[in-house]
Design a protein. Sequence first.
Length: 45
Amino acid sequence: MVSTVIAGIVAVALAFAALTTLGATTAHAVAGTTPTTVAGSNPWE
């Protein structure tokens, strides 16, 4: 019983970490494809 609860908590923690990593990676990829000015700065920042 206890091991099942622990396994569930670990699964949720891993899923949260994976989603957080995926979100950060996606945001970074989108930021990397935004148009830049002549000066090379990112206007979306």
